[in-house]
Design a protein around this ligand. Structure first.
Ligand SMILES: [Fe+2]
Length: 120
């Protein structure tokens, strides 16, 4: 037991899941930055703004997840090499068509929201 009176054995899988979620959000955040910078075409204005809105939201969530891990007296992962190992999300070139960017992000949303499915 630690000062929170939480069983460390039960806590470790929770911390791992939180670090996986942190990894997912960091890869997602950086992908959004790349898409924001490189979006071209007739949907430029809508998507350039939408990608910025989404990465700003992700930035807030990243900090909340990391601080939750710290509250549990563990360390949030902070290196991209570790994020790539932990996450199911894949890095992609940002040099793609607008519709491909949106499709890529929808796939990431599905992975992030379903990351615990099948684990129980
Ligand atoms: Fe910008």
């Amino acid at each position: 037991m630690n000062y929170l009176n939480m069983d460390e054995k039960k806590l470790l899988p929770v911390v791992l899941e939180l670090n996986i979620l942190l990894a997912d959000y960091n890869l997602y955040y950086q992908k959004l930055r790349g898409f924001h910078w490189n979006i071209l075409g007739k949907n430029f204005f809508d998507l350039h703004i939408k990608f910025e809105e989404l990465y700003n939201d992700a930035k807030i969530k990243i900090d909340e997840i990391a601080e939750r891990i710290l509250t549990l007296q563990h360390h949030p992962v902070s290196q991209f090499a570790e994020y790539i190992k932990l996450s199911d999300l894949k890095e992609v070139t940002p040099l793609m068509k607008d519709i491909e960017m949106v499709t890529e992000l929808l796939g990431d949303h599905k992975k992030i929201t379903n990351s615990n499915e099948g684990d129980t």
